[in-house]
Design a protein. Structure first.
Length: 89
């Protein structure tokens, strides 16, 4: 039985819901690192480091030097990171 591990918190978590709606396009669109970095308002380097350390949105490695992100996978990743604030707690 796999143990569920909560994702680490990052600075973009507070903005995840807003960023989710900012990314326009079809869920099957493949986006390059710079486009996803602009969408998420992070650096390309943050995404590159995330790929090597195991955080960040899922990606597809097309070749040794070509990485793409499926827009739907990035949206799912953002949904998982969305923080819902409850009042009175």
């Amino acid at each position: 039985m796999a143990e569920h591990v909560l994702p680490q918190k990052y600075h973009l978590d507070r903005r995840a819901a807003d960023l989710l709606h900012a990314g326009e396009g079809d869920d099957d669109d493949l986006e390059a690192t710079p486009a996803v970095a602009e969408w998420l308002q992070v650096s390309s380097q943050w995404l590159e480091i995330g790929r090597s350390k195991g955080y960040g949105p899922p990606f597809i490695r097309l070749s040794a030097s070509r990485v793409r992100y499926r827009r739907g996978d990035v949206r799912t990743w953002l949904r998982e990171r969305t923080i819902v604030h409850q009042r009175g707690r």
